[in-house]
Ligand binder design. Sequence first.
Ligand SMILES: C[S@@+](CC[C@H](N)C(=O)[O-])C[C@H]1O[C@@H](n2cnc3c(N)ncnc32)[C@H](O)[C@@H]1O
Length: 251
Amino acid sequence: MSENNLIKPNRVITDKDKDEDDDVVCLGEFFIDDNYELTTFTFGSNVLQLLCLQSASTDFDLTGQLVWPGARLLNEYLSNNAELLQGCSAVELGSGVGITGILCSRYCREVVLTDHNDEVLKILKKNIELHESSEDPNSCAALSAEKLEWGNCDHLNRILENHPQGFDLVLGADICFQQNSVPPLFDTVKQLLCLREKEHCKFILAYVSRSKMMDVMVTKEAIQHGLQIREVDGTRSVIANLEGVIYEITL
Ligand SMILES: C[S@@+](CC[C@H](N)C(=O)[O-])C[C@H]1O[C@@H](n2cnc3c(N)ncnc32)[C@H](O)[C@@H]1O
């Protein structure tokens, strides 16, 4: 579909449009905003450039097209505590455009970035390619993007075929915002943690508080899954007018 034929979502489609524009047939594509902009982010001494939207789409589950406050919080924390990442293998859940996983590639030996949304996976893969083509002298990890819907055992097993030993770290930034996805998120986290001996794998979650109910739910789900959840000292802070915190979650 050419740019000229693309009618923007906030314009009313007239009968004339329908007669003239045979190309407007797929509503899925019709609403997707993919005007990504190359954007520079700085975390401590780490400067990263990647493609993202500057504001959220209103349609479909496209939250992953932009960088969320949780990713800023997690990336600041990881940049300041890079020894946590050194030489590790990591899997990121709900990677969005990939800003956290790509930062980790500067310290880890291997990073698998995941998301469930196919449109988000497209831009995630593009950002990985962009990063690889930049020949970042600091980057040492192998990066890959995989589809992973929380709670979907087939998706997880496909990833584990290539990583039967699991990962040293599970990472998540701003991924607790929909109540019905929190239990399957913790199912997946528990499966990942159980691949390793106790304390040999941890889930680092950057949580941004948007509702009291979700604050309670995150801790409750971790405990119901038999996991330990600990707030990392000194990480509670205000980010984009919201309160954020880093949790370490272990078996
Ligand atoms: C708010 S965005 C955060 C993106 C990124 N981590 C950040 O902080 O910028 C949430 C991400 O989780 C993904 N996501 C939401 N529900 C999911 C699910 N059930 N399984 C896997 N990924 C999911 C979305 O596609 C999106 O990329």
